[in-house]
Design a protein. Structure first.
Length: 358
């Protein structure tokens, strides 16, 4: 159990108009910080006013990219209650990322306590409007003050929060995605399965190219043969082919998404056949040609469930379901968001309630 010190901001900010929220542009009044040293372990846990902090110019993170992060949300139900969605999964994945980057792990109960304490403290920031939420961004970085390459002995964990609306400007309308054929995001043995900043830094060039062509994000192919579908920049992908749901298997190079895992459970529970396997671009092209590629969607915390209306591969355009949202995508969106916003009973045990603060 961590001892969390609280330093309140002298002046609280005005809450934004929930109708104008984008993604990750506004931050709450406070942030949580704790530090790690080999001698003391995790210590000095504190909730302090949100703002910049000092970092040594030789800090490991600035030179060697020792950084990991997570993304989860707190939702407001129609009754005004606040709840998180499967936070323990984020806690576990962050520890798996920490193991990969040789950053210090955090005992699960402490990491959960931090999320609970911070959301309880900042709960007035969870917006009331349908479809909005408070996005939680825990991150950790190596913070040794030396340029030598060695095992990390000092680290910092920070948790910030941002009231958000839709991640894509399209909202629930289908997005257009570009299949990247040159750059690769990850290879087996690399850091693809870890949620580390470096994966995203290396993705920027392809993302920029996609944006310039008018696409929302990049769909990555495997790093060896550049043949098999991996995932999109900020979400995992699923396809409905000939009545069956297929999604790329967790091979070590894609992020084991918590939304992906939840979609698979929901779909199987509804009686759909879901298979995790390799899916080639070739197979998608053939399925499109013979009319069996029925739906495609991406899933992730920020993106929720997002229909894919068009894929661009080299010079070929794959138009899926006439560029419209499909029935399984809609059903999945309704079920998942229904559980998250408390409109549907959670029969899975995924909801983590936050106690009111007054
Ligand atoms: N893949 C990538 C690369 C991501 O950044 C994300 C977002 O976190 C996901 C998949 C989806 O993961 P999750 O559902 O846990 O948010
Ligand atoms: C999330 O969905 O939480 C993400 O991390 C996406 C982010 C890279 C924008």
């Amino acid at each position: 159990m961590l001892d969390i010190r609280i330093e309140k901001a002298p002046v609280l900010k005005e809450k934004p108009d929930p109708a104008t929220l984008g993604f990750g542009k506004i931050f709450t009044d406070h942030m949580f910080i704790m530090d790690y040293t080999v001698e003391e372990g995790w210590h000095d846990a504190r909730i302090v006013p949100f703002g910049p902090f000092e970092i040594h110019p030789a800090s490991t993170v600035l030179h060697y990219g020792a950084e990991i992060f997570e993304g989860l949300k707190a939702y407001r139900t129609a009754e005004g209650k606040v709840q998180m969605f499967r936070p323990i999964e984020n806690v576990r994945r962050m520890n798996a990322s920490a193991e990969r980057l040789c950053l210090p792990e955090i005992p699960e109960e402490d990491a959960l306590q931090v999320l609970d304490a911070f959301v309880t403290f900042e709960q007035d920031w969870v917006p009331y409007k349908d479809g909005t939420s408070l996005y939680l961004r825990p991150f950790m970085f190596g913070n040794d003050e030396t340029l030598g390459l060695h095992t990390i002995k000092n680290a910092r964990y920070v948790l910030i929060a941002s009231p958000v609306g839709s991640y894509y400007k399209e909202g629930i309308n289908p997005v257009r995605i570009m299949i990247e054929t040159e750059d690769v995001r990850a290879v087996r043995g690399g850091t693809g399965y870890a949620k580390c900043g470096g994966n995203y830094g290396a993705s920027t060039r392809a993302g920029m190219k996609a944006e310039q062509k008018g696409y929302s994000q990049v769909l990555w192919l495997d790093g060896v043969e550049r043949k098999y579908i991996e995932e999109v920049g900020a979400m995992n992908v699923m396809f409905k082919i000939g009545g069956e749901i297929v999604t790329p298997e967790l091979s070590g190079s894609i992020l084991p998404g918590i939304t992906r895992k939840s979609c698979i459970e929901v779909l199987r529970n509804k009686g759909y056949k879901v298979t995790e396997r390799k899916i080639s671009v070739d197979e998608l092209g053939k399925a499109l040609a013979d009319g069996t590629l029925e739906e495609a969607w991406g899933c992730g915390t920020a993106a929720v469930v997002s229909p894919i209306g068009e894929l661009c591969y080299k010079d070929t355009i794959f138009k899926i379901n006439d560029g419209k949202i499909g029935s399984v995508t809609q059903e999945l969106y309704d079920t998942l968001t229904g559980i998250q916003w408390g409109k549907i009973k959670d029969t899975y045990g995924w909801i983590y309630p936050i106690a009111p603060n007054n």
